[in-house]
Write a protein that binds this ligand. Structure first.
Ligand SMILES: CC(C)(COP(=O)(O)OP(=O)(O)OC[C@H]1O[C@@H](n2cnc3c(N)ncnc32)[C@H](O)[C@@H]1OP(=O)(O)O)[C@@H](O)C(=O)NCCC(=O)NCCS
Length: 151
């Protein structure tokens, strides 16, 4: 698998991005503001992540997704580690990520990649998403925010 920045003239892989975030509106907003990276195997795009600068020393990992057929093989972890190294290389001191209270695997993944929970934004998904999101039999209501120091 190789990972590279999406070129300006290339379209972001929307179907992959929508796996991580059901709001097309939000996806289009942060792909415009951030930098999208794609993971390819034999020229096929099989993964994506987006990083978006926040304050001067902080960047946010906004979306990470792996093609459903290839999940569970360690590729998502490689993308998260790649995003951390990119953020460090760009000189950021902190990387943040947010996920839903119902996203059990994602909470495991981020903590396994060194993120620690900072805060919980209650009812974030109720306020910002039109659709009801249910994962693992749990309604997604609250945003769990995690971060890690890069220095
Ligand atoms: C989230 C996603 C990117 C993960 O990618 P992946 O390739 O399937 O994940 P990986 O195989 O790299 O591994 C995930 C890690 O989390 C761990 N994990 C997953 N569920 C877990 C659980 N319930 N308990 C403990 N660990 C768990 C795995 O064991 C693995 O860690 P390990 O290598 O130490 O065993 C992928 O599943 C995906 O695209 N999901 C849909 C989009 C999405 O939800 N994105 C995140 C938005 S916040």
């Amino acid at each position: 698998m190789s990972i590279r920045k999406l070129e300006i003239e290339e379209n972001p892989p929307l179907s992959l991005l929508l796996l991580a975030d059901p709001s097309r509106e939000m996806v289009e907003d942060y792909t415009r503001r951030g930098v999208t990276y794609i993971a390819e195997i034999l020229g096929n795009v099989i993964g994506v992540y987006v990083i978006v600068p926040l304050e001067h020393d902080t960047i946010e990992l906004k979306n990470v997704a792996i093609d459903e057929r290839l999940q569970g093989q360690g590729l998502g972890k490689l993308l998260v580690h790649h995003s951390i190294e990119e953020a460090r290389g760009l000189g950021y001191q902190k990387i943040e990520v947010g996920t839903g209270n119902s996203s059990i695997s994602q909470l495991a993944l981020y903590q396994k990649c060194g993120f620690r929970i900072d805060s919980i934004e209650k009812d974030f998904f109720i306020k910002h998403y039109k659709e009801v999101i249910v994962e693992n039999g749990i309604q997604c209501r609250d945003m769990v925010r995690l971060s890690q120091c890069l220095t």
